[in-house]
Design a protein around this ligand. Structure first.
Ligand code: CTP
Ligand code: MG
Length: 225
């Protein structure tokens, strides 16, 4: 099967709270974005990898990918969902069978996780890596008073790469353009299509706040510069 990859890196990292967006921060010798690109480079030829970026960060991008042979990055949109759609559209001419959509903010992606997602696409229209919810989950009123406890057995924390049959996810994204779903599986769920969960990894948790990058330093073996 012909597999393409979309890496979304056009966010501004408002919760991370640094003028330099989190995807351009270093973890060991490489930026978060570069860790992601290199993880997929073993699976997919470079012309089938699309990085979605904000052209305002051209210099940060160029430094981040120095020495890699990649196609030109694709400008993103205001929302993650729009950025993904721009990436999918840029692949239409390539017409891949499957596409893996990954957050640049998840530098700890492993081969195991990628393999599980790809394998599941033989059976399902979509597959995403998830981890179980371990804490007891409380639903509250705005006052903070608890109204109920949500059973956690059927709750899962969604990660990326989220894998899909290319035509299916492109159609779904075109149909739901302008919505603000925070992941791609949600669009197929809306259409009643089956997306399956496969096992994710702790190292693959998203870098959202400054503390997360400190934790990631334990997960990723820095490559000496
Ligand atoms: N993303 C994107 N385009 C956007 C918004 C987000 O490509 N308009 C990407 C981010 O770069 C990130 C991934 O989507 O790799 C997941 O989003 P998130 O963790 O929310 O990153 P940010 O939106 O950058 O951070 P924040 O929400 O804290 O501003
Ligand atoms: Mg965001």
């Amino acid at each position: 099967k012909k597999i393409a990859v979309v890496i979304v890196a056009a966010g501004s990292g408002s919760r991370f709270g640094d003028p330099i967006p989190k995807q351009y921060h270093l973890l060991g010798a490489k930026t978060l974005l570069r860790h992601c690109i290199e993880s997929f480079a073993k699976y997919v030829p470079s012309e089938l990898i699309r990085v979605i970026y904000n052209p305002d960060h051209q210099d940060l991008y160029d430094n981040s990918v120095k020495g890699l042979s990649l196609d030109a990055p694709v400008p993103g949109g205001v929302t993650r969902q729009q950025s993904v759609l721009n990436g999918l559209r840029s692949l239409e001419n390539e017409n891949p069978d499957h596409v893996l959509i990954h957050d640049a903010a998840r530098p700890g992606i492993s081969d195991d996780v990628i393999d599980r997602v790809i394998s599941a696409l033989a059976t399902y229209q979509g597959a995403i890596p998830t981890l179980p919810v371990l804490d007891t989950i409380k639903q509250t009123e705005s006052t903070g008073i608890i109204r109920r406890t949500i059973p956690r057995e059927q709750l899962h924390r969604a990660q990326t790469p989220q894998g899909f049959h290319f035509k299916t996810i492109l159609d779904a994204h075109q149909r739901f353009e302008g919505h603000e779903f925070t992941d791609d599986a949600a669009l197929l769920e809306q259409l009643g299509l089956d997306v399956v969960c496969v096992e994710g990894a702790g190292s693959n948790d998203k870098i959202t706040r400054p503390d997360d990058i400190e934790r990631a330093r334990d997960w990723i073996n820095p490559v000496p510069a």
